[in-house]
Design a protein around this ligand. Structure first.
Ligand SMILES: Cc1cc2nc3c(=O)[nH]c(=O)nc-3n(C[C@H](O)[C@H](O)[C@H](O)COP(=O)(O)O)c2cc1C
Length: 179
C-alpha cells in the first residue's frame, strides 16, 4: 500500500532499465507505480507530482507524449521526466535529449534528468534487433572507434547494466526528499 498518495511514478521500459529506476523511486518515495502503456492522462489527475521515466530510442523518450501531449491538463503539477539511455551521462547529450523531447514552451515547467541504463540485445524486439544489427555493422566499419563505440560493440555479446540506485538521488533531492 503506497503511503504517498500525491506522487506517482509512470514508466515505459522495453528491456527493464527504466523500470529499475521506476521501482527504486517508487520504493523510496513510497508512492504509486504505473506502467506507461496502461496509463492515461486521466489516471494522473489525482496526483500533485508526476515522474515519467522511459528508455531512449534514437534520441526519443519512449511514450513521452503521455506528458507533453497532455501538458495543458497536467501543467499545474510538479512534472519530472527522466530518460534512460545506454550512453554515459554528459551535459551536452542531456541537453540535446531534453530539447528534442520537450516542446520549448514546456521546458521551464518539466524538470528533466538523464539516468544511465544499459543495453541488452537479447531482450530487444525483432524490429529493434534488426536496427541494432545494422548499427553493429556500422560500428564495426568505423575506422577509429572511440571508447563508447567499443563499449557498445562489446555489449552485443555481454549485456551492460549501468543502473544504480544512487543515480536517483538528484530526483529525490528535487522533490525535497533525501540530502
Ligand atoms: C533502436 C535503439 C535505439 C537506441 N537509441 C539510443 C539513443 O539514442 N541514446 C542512448 O543513449 N541509448 C539508445 N539506445 C539504448 C537504450 O536507450 C538503452 O538500452 C536503455 O537502457 C533502454 O531502456 P529500457 O530497457 O528501459 O527501455 C537505443 C536502443 C535501441 C534498441
Amino acid at each position: 500500500m503506497s503511503e504517498n498518495k500525491k506522487i506517482v511514478v509512470v514508466y515505459r521500459s522495453k528491456s527493464g532499465f527504466a523500470k529499475n529506476y521506476a521501482i527504486w523511486l517508487s520504493e523510496k518515495l513510497k508512492c504509486d507505480l504505473l506502467e506507461g502503456t496502461k496509463a492515461k492522462a486521466k489516471d494522473l489527475l489525482s496526483y500533485d507530482t508526476i515522474i515519467y521515466g522511459a528508455g531512449l530510442y534514437a534520441i526519443g523518450i519512449n511514450g513521452i507524449k503521455l506528458i507533453t501531449k497532455n501538458y495543458d491538463l497536467l501543467k499545474n503539477k510538479k512534472l519530472i521526466v527522466y530518460a534512460v539511455g545506454a550512453s554515459p551521462s554528459r551535459s551536452e547529450t542531456t541537453e540535446e535529449v531534453r530539447k528534442a523531447n520537450i516542446p520549448a514552451e514546456q521546458l521551464d515547467k518539466i524538470k528533466f534528468f538523464y539516468l544511465r541504463g544499459g543495453f541488452d540485445y537479447s531482450r530487444l524486439t525483432f524490429f529493434n534487433k534488426i536496427l541494432m544489427t545494422l548499427m553493429k555493422i556500422k560500428l564495426k566499419n568505423t575506422k577509429n572507434p572511440d571508447a563508447d563505440a567499443k563499449g557498445m560493440l562489446a555489449s552485443y555479446d555481454h549485456p551492460l547494466d549501468f543502473t544504480n540506485v544512487k543515480y536517483i538521488e538528484p530526483i529525490l533531492k528535487f522533490i525535497g526528499i533525501g540530502e
